[in-house]
Design a protein around this ligand. Structure first.
Ligand code: PMP
Length: 396
């Protein structure tokens, strides 16, 4: 018999979310997640995916994925440490290390898994982690899982980080102290102050961990935030995802050989969850080939990002302080933000509203993620729709 307690828990809480307008309705796409998407029979200009370089639909990668699937099958068959390590997993890790400029790399099934596995493989209850208050949910969960003391510092506030690092070090309570930051913060598009973070880390002997999910493919000619600042030899953990700019699925850590060897024996998602599918691994390898052969897509992404930013700013929208192609359009009040996003959608632009609790109350925004796959025509059309809806709602 089904649990009555569970039944009432679910029905009460689902009703509560729906009453508050917080229940997230998921719209399935009727085709690929490209610059134009189709939802419920309607075509929309897509400004909401993380497919920064447009690689999710890249033909070379599709072909590589098909060939690998034919050769190896659809599944890897086991976890990496039993017999689920295929030659293409090893090749992918070698490519990632070369791309990131590190001695070695380890691949995971997702960026989320990577943060769950990597942090807790090294940190424990005797340690402390200094974490930027805007770090991604998977970092927060990875930190919790490690049982280390979590010390949050104010977003990109280097005085606060220095003070907290000093207090943690001088307390003598912790065996190891780590500092963790996103490379690029996805809600505002700002870049972590890595040179200062590294300086503080060196002063207080901190382990450094950068999750570059939104910086890889986007900064440092594609190699990411760490490379952008020329700090490849100073960051211990370079984390990334294979699901955003790379366009597929998966995650990785790049770093020193000993670190990667340790993760291979201690990171639990690597040990206890089946490895990446052969098709995904092959597509990722091909993506790295594409990015190392040419910076064309990278340049197109920036050109499109700058174009959309300038267009929205010229129209009078508040686009915040983004330093990357991520372009928030800050509306403020939550309900108004939701209505704005809905009106954009009705007119032909898919740009999701992001409101509290994902961002602070009163800073609701519609977040735009232009990609290398958008044409100027698509962006002009999107800008015209922004202008129409913005004027209609008295925002500009
Ligand atoms: N880290 C950050 C900073 C992210 O934004 C995300 C994805 N939203 C992840 C990790 C998780 O990556 P994945 O989608 O590959 O699990």
């Amino acid at each position: 018999m089904a649990s009555k307690i569970l039944d009432s828990f679910l029905s009460e809480n689902l009703k509560d979310l729906k009453d508050k307008g917080l229940y997230n309705v998921i719209d399935p796409l009727q085709g690929a997640n490209g610059p134009i998407i189709k939802i419920a029979g309607k075509e929309l200009i897509n400004l909401s995916s993380n497919n920064y370089l447009g690689l999710a639909t890249n033909q070379r990668m599709i072909n590589a994925s098909i060939e690998a699937t034919k050769k190896y099958g659809v599944g890897a068959g086991a976890v990496r440490t039993i017999n689920g390590t295929l030659k293409i997993h090893v090749e992918l890790e070698e490519k990632l290390a070369a791309f990131k400029g590190t001695e070695a790399a380890i691949a995971f099934q997702s960026g989320f898994n990577c943060n769950m596995g990597a942090i807790s493989a090294v940190m424990d209850q005797n340690d402390a982690i200094l974490s930027d208050e805007l770090n991604h949910a998977s970092i927060i969960d990875g930190c919790r899982l490690s049982k280390a003391k979590i010390i949050r510092y104010k977003h990109s506030d280097m005085d606060d980080l220095r003070l907290k690092a000093k207090q943690a070090k001088e307390s003598g309570q912790y065996k190891k102290i780590m500092v963790i930051t996103d490379g690029v913060f996805s809600m505002d598009g700002d870049i972590a102050k890595l040179p200062e973070i590294i300086e503080i880390a060196q002063e207080f002997d901190l382990i450094t961990y950068v999750d570059d999910a939104h910086g890889s493919g986007v900064l440092g000619k594609g190699a990411g935030t760490v490379k952008h600042f020329g700090l490849s030899d100073k960051v211990d953990f370079q984390i990334g995802t294979l699901s955003k700019a790379i366009g597929v699925v998966g995650g990785y850590v790049a770093g020193k050989k000993d670190l990667i060897d340790w993760l291979k024996v201690r990171a639990r998602p690597f040990l206890f969850s089946t490895s990446l599918t052969p098709g995904a691994a092959a597509a990722c390898i091909e993506a790295i080939n594409i990015l190392t052969e040419s910076t064309e897509l990278y340049e197109k992404l920036w050109e499109n990002g700058n174009y959309l930013k300038k267009g929205l700013k010229d129209l009078g929208f508040n686009i915040g302080e983004s330093e990357t192609p991520i372009t928030p359009c800050i509306i403020g009040e939550e309900e108004k933000t939701q209505i704005f996003s809905k009106r954009l959608n009705e007119e032909g632009v898919y740009a999701k509203a992001i409101v509290f609790p994902t961002v602070p109350r009163g800073t609701g925004r519609v977040r735009n993620m232009p990609s290398a796959g958008h044409s100027k025509e698509m962006l002009n059309k999107a800008l015209a729709i922004y202008e129409k809806v913005g004027k209609e709602m008295g925002i500009i």
